[in-house]
Design a protein around this ligand. Sequence first.
Ligand SMILES: C[S@@+](CC[C@H](N)C(=O)[O-])C[C@H]1O[C@@H](n2cnc3c(N)ncnc32)[C@H](O)[C@@H]1O
Length: 283
Amino acid sequence: MTPFDYRPAAPDAARGRVLGTNPVITSREVNGRRLAGSEGMPDAHYTDPRLVTLYDRENTWGADDDRFRELVGARGPCRVVDLGCGTGRLTLALAADGHGVTGVDPAAASLDAARGKPGADQVTWVHGEAADLATDSADVVLMSSHVAQVFTDDDEWMQTLGHLARALVPGGRLFFDSRDPDARAWERWGSTGRPALLETAQGPVRTWTEVDDVVGSRVSFTAHSVFPDGSRSLSRSTLVFRSEAELRADLVRAGLVVDAVDGDWRGEPVGASAGQLVVQAHR
Ligand SMILES: C[S@@+](CC[C@H](N)C(=O)[O-])C[C@H]1O[C@@H](n2cnc3c(N)ncnc32)[C@H](O)[C@@H]1O
């Protein structure tokens, strides 16, 4: 189980070994603003083209995508913003369903990968973040695959929610998922003691995760990748695990109404087993 792949078939990762010494990408700004997320930028996992390819390899269509697609579809054809759209797996499917979709992400390499996929011309791609969204422009806003957890700074999180509330039309809906801190997922990241092998067109890539630090609700970790040519990459990240109560309170503070918080993408109660917080709210 890794932070980048929460699905049951996820490859296990080893802990306790450090092979890579490549520099981690440091500061990053988009549209003149410092970005939210660990160290104020998207992690190398989303900005290094080789790691972006691995992200797509690990993150194929799943139950979360089915659920978000169903929630959006219940509204009929509408204007959807996918914030933190990454490489566009769900973004493209929603466009194919007939929605008017805008995919927003501050990681150019992820957007480049998305733009290269079939159907990409049906999506408006924005290199940016929530502040770039126009007022009253969306019927639905999505943050899928735990994008909500990249906002480790509470002020930036609240500003982001404020921008999403502003971007939604009255009655417009917000859907996102976040890992439930009570399930302590980070304790299983990198717990098997052996790297996973990911098959790619260039050959097998060895990957593993080390949890570096847990400070309150913030978990820092390093994802290691060793490529077939022997080169290595590190991606350092911090994610925040907000509780259901915190998420509910933050949404209300942002002027949104919470409709439901489920414990997984099939609608089971919080705490039942899956360790997810799947949130539905509206303006
Ligand atoms: C786990 S990926 C999810 C990608 C996509 N939603 C999916 O389902 O595969 C997290 C994404 O959040 C993006 N991200 C990081 N900081 C962000 C910010 N400040 N605003 C919006 N997205 C951000 C990353 O670049 C990355 O594409």
